[in-house]
Design a protein around this ligand. Structure first.
Ligand SMILES: [Zn+2]
Length: 344
């Protein structure tokens, strides 16, 4: 298992977010990745490599150029408008809801409202640098698969699965798994994506919703009660050419291994029927029983089983780090999935 990691993620360190009815300390923080790196080293789960630079081209295969331009300049625009302050992260505060006009080229407030879908995802001074580096890590891990590795792991942040072609949110700015899947598809491979994060991968779904060349399956908390609230229901099957290539398996509050493993088996069966030649896993660990913002009951031991189950597909597999907010257990849980896969 080759892991791709760089310190570039440290540049993105939000301090506050507004979510779940309160303004509080950010949970998507640099220590997450550092804990996982330390665990991989301690358990000797394979070499850790520095990602290479892929430039903007692979990002633009997925993301709208104006959106990428916005991400690169948003924090500078915000600072120009409001000055350098202690809490200088950029947050949207107004949205073009029904009856209002979207203004993607307006002032910074209207740009933030036009491109963001929540208040949990601040743009910091280092957001673009870290996001771009996270995409490079995902692409480097994809390249390792392309060159014949059985498994690779992109250990980077910010995560990506909530970001769509031109919308950011859910702590995500660039959709790393979609960028890697597209890069592999462009290299002639047939990718399937399995999203095991607690939250539905609404961005990934939106990106591939009308396509039949990338299969997307997601096992997640029912959006009837859980974030992202507006997407991830079982009746979303894909549209046009993409009909039948999107599978959502929403699960109730309190789901444990019993219910989870059945849904995972259903997702893996559907992926096998698609006959992919590469699997990408959006690896979220926020399904953990003690995660501070989530409500499933997956245990540390269960993560070994999740890895082993994924291995039964027998496909080259690229794991991409997504959510997971229980700092103490995050390293162990992540490494268990990888170890379960390698031993499975
Ligand atoms: Zn999540």
């Amino acid at each position: 298992m080759k892991t791709f990691y760089s310190t570039a993620h440290l540049a993105h360190a939000p301090t506050l977010e507004f979510e779940m009815g309160r303004m509080g300390p950010a949970v998507e923080v640099p220590e997450r990745v550092e804990r996982v790196r330390a665990e991989i080293e301690a358990r000797k789960l394979g070499p850790i490599h520095e990602p290479r630079e892929f430039g903007n081209e692979p990002l633009l295969r997925i993301h709208n150029p104006d959106f990428v331009g916005f991400l690169t300049t948003a924090h500078a625009q915000w600072t120009k408008r409001y000055g350098e302050r202690e809490a200088a992260d950029a947050y949207p505060s107004v949205w073009p809801a029904r009856g209002l006009r979207e203004r993607r080229h307006g002032d910074i407030e209207s740009q933030l409202g036009s491109y963001a879908f929540d208040t949990a995802t601040p743009i910091t001074k280092g957001t673009w640098a870290a996001s771009h580096a996270a995409a490079n890590a995902a692409l480097s891990a994809a390249q390792a698969i392309r060159e014949g590795e059985r498994a690779s792991f992109s250990l980077a942040r910010p995560p990506g699965h909530h970001a769509s072609a031109d919308v950011f949110g859910g702590y995500c700015y660039l959709n790393n798994v979609a960028i890697a899947a597209q890069w592999l598809a462009d290299a002639g491979m047939r990718p399937a994506i399995l999203d095991v994060d607690y939250h539905h991968g609404n961005g990934t779904q939106a990106i591939f919703y009308r396509r039949d060349d990338v299969f997307f399956a997601s096992v997640h908390a029912d959006p009837a009660f859980a974030y992202p609230h507006f997407l991830g229901f079982a009746d979303e099957l894909g549209e046009g050419n993409g009909e039948g290539f999107n599978l959502n398996l929403p699960l109730p509050r309190g789901t444990d291994w019993g219910g989870y493993s059945l849904a995972l088996a259903t997702a893996l069966d559907a992926i096998a029927a698609f006959r992919p030649d590469v699997l990408l896993v959006s690896l979220g660990l926020d399904t953990y029983e003690h995660d501070p913002i989530c409500r499933f009951r997956i245990t540390t031991e269960d993560y070994l089983r999740i890895g082993a189950r994924i291995a039964t597909l027998g496909k080259p597999t690229l794991f991409i780090f997504e959510g997971g907010y229980h700092i103490e257990a995050l390293g162990r849980n992540t490494a268990n999935v990888l170890e379960g896969f390698v031993g499975g």
